[in-house]
Design a protein around this ligand. Structure first.
Ligand code: PLP
Length: 483
């Protein structure tokens, strides 16, 4: 203890200007906000251009008051059947009771969140669980918050393990791996690339074309990594030909190329297996999960690497901190949510249910396609990861409607999916997802808790809507824009 006599005299601080609280909205204000106010604030502070699309589809007319299981409940108490599923983020549906309970307990016990100083029992348990689920020696786990972050981590671990003499990365046409600057170079979208400067060391191949990959590997020994979605989501639910992944594994082994499997959208049981690559009994060198790993309640993502690959990249004290977890990597409540999510997934047999209900959905959709061949071109998918492709109607549209359709947004002109999605929501209370790369495709990614009655409700609504015929659908959509 310092003797008082040695203390330096402390000057009284000059009077500080008081900090005035700005006119902030409270949580209760936010809850009570009406649609016109929500629209105004979205326009003024989030994304004015995006409102244009929300208005076209009628999404701006819904204020969600609650969400439970397979449904949103809007301001009028109307139930909206969720076949969009947050682009695959809602494997357990909305507000699964076990997820709510696990989170509530964590809060009641006042557990700690930030895991950068001390070890976290929750981060360790989640990493262990993911290693248990993942085949082979996919044992090393990096925790993050978003799919893009997990994919950045995946590409970085692979790049370091491949070494500086093999810097080139192969990726696929119509790929989507995220919008952050690194993985943007592997995302095949002129829109998202938006004229940003990208990493140059990449080689693009058609998705699922093993011969193109063989030629690339044989002609360029500086290729060290190949990055592919196991089932392309943004591309419109596209699968590689059967046997492709086995051939890819063999080719990668032969040429010493590391395979990164992006399972951000198709993983966590969506395809009817935990990982879609399990259909061919192969193991990639690195994989990535996000979306449903957060139990529909939080942001959680994981990169999982084979131990050998991870150790090569970051295995020594000297390299360990090159890409260690970020501030919110392995944050407490998110880990608890993900641990519970994985347990629920198995306890409730949701992976099998995805395979079962997915097969039923495809069967019903195929019958609808046969009934409406002029409107529906193809149905495809695996598990509850389904694409519904409509015919391009720009050639078949009745002459009288052409001038009216010509006035619409470019994104809607040749594509029925916008019209159908908007009318499914307005007239049947059913929500579906669109596909940026292929405007004719609607994506169906309902929660894996989906039952036959939900598949029937969706298919009955679609069938009824398609029975209006092209003229009825286009006219009803155009009317929805003026009402
Ligand atoms: C296959 C795939 N990879 C990566 C991402 C990026 O995930 P996020 O939007 O969470 O950053 C997505 C998102 O849709 C995705 O579908």
């Amino acid at each position: 203890m310092l003797d008082r006599a040695y203390r330096l005299p402390v000057e009284e601080p000059a009077e500080l200007a008081p900090v005035v609280k700005p006119p902030l909205l409270s949580v209760d204000d936010a809850k009570a906000m009406d649609l016109p106010k929500m629209t105004e604030l979205f326009r003024d502070h989030i994304n004015p251009g995006q409102l244009h699309f929300m208005k076209l589809l009628g999404f701006n007319r819904v204020k969600v008051e609650r969400a439970e299981g397979m449904y949103y409940i809007d301001q009028n108490g109307r139930k909206i059947l969720d076949f969009f599923g947050g682009f695959g983020s809602l494997a357990l549906g909305h507000n699964h009771p076990r997820i709510l309970a696990a989170r509530q307990k964590f809060q009641d016990e006042q557990r700690h969140e930030i895991a950068i100083a001390f070890l976290s029992q929750y981060a360790s348990a989640l990493a262990y669980n993911l290693a248990q689920i993942s085949p082979g020696d996919l044992d090393m786990v990096f925790l993050g918050s978003t799919g893009s972050e997990a994919m950045e981590a995946a590409v970085k671990v692979a790049e370091r393990a491949a070494g500086p003499k093999r810097p080139k990365i192969v990726y696929a046409e119509n790929s989507f791996h995220g919008k952050t600057k690194g993985v943007l170079s592997l995302t095949d979208s002129p829109l998202y690339r938006g004229e940003f400067r990208l990493v140059g060391d990449t080689v693009k191949v058609p998705f699922g074309d093993i011969e193109a990959i063989r030629r690339a590997f044989e002609s360029d020994p500086t290729i060290g990594v190949i990055v592919l979605e196991t089932i392309q989501g943004g591309g419109g639910i596209i699968q590689a030909p059967e046997g492709f992944w086995k051939q890819l594994r063999a080719l990668c082994d032969k040429h010493g190329v590391l395979w990164v499997a992006d399972e951000v959208q198709c993983g966590v049981g969506r395809s009817g297996k935990f990982y879609a690559f399990e259909y061919e009994n192969v193991v990639p060198d690195v994989t990535a999960l996000a979306k449903s790993l957060g139990g529909g309640k939080t942001a959680m993502a994981a990169m999982i690497a084979r131990r050998e690959v991870y150790m090569k990249a970051y295995g020594s004290p000297k390299t360990a901190m090159i890409h260690a977890q970020a501030t919110f990597g392995g944050i407490g409540e998110a880990c608890v949510t993900a641990i519970e999510t994985l347990n629920v997934l198995y306890d409730e047999n949701l992976i099998e249910n995805s395979a079962k209900q997915g097969a039923y959905l495809l069967q019903r959709l195929e019958a609808i396609r046969q009934k409406h061949p002029k409107l529906v071109k193809e149905v495809r998918g695996r598990g509850l990861f389904v694409g519904l492709e409509f015919q391009d109607f720009s050639q078949t549209l009745p002459m009288v409607l052409k001038p009216m359709v010509a006035m619409l947004d470019d994104k809607l002109k040749g594509s029925l999916s916008g019209f159908i999605g908007a009318l499914l929501l307005r007239d049947y209370g059913v929500l579906v997802a669109f596909t940026e790369y292929n405007r004719n495709v609607i994506r169906l990614e309902p929660p894996l808790i989906c039952e036959a009655e939900h598949v029937d409700a969706f298919c009955d609504a679609l069938d009824d809507l398609l029975s209006r015929g092209i003229t009825g659908i286009v006219k009803d959509f155009l009317m929805s824009q003026v009402n």
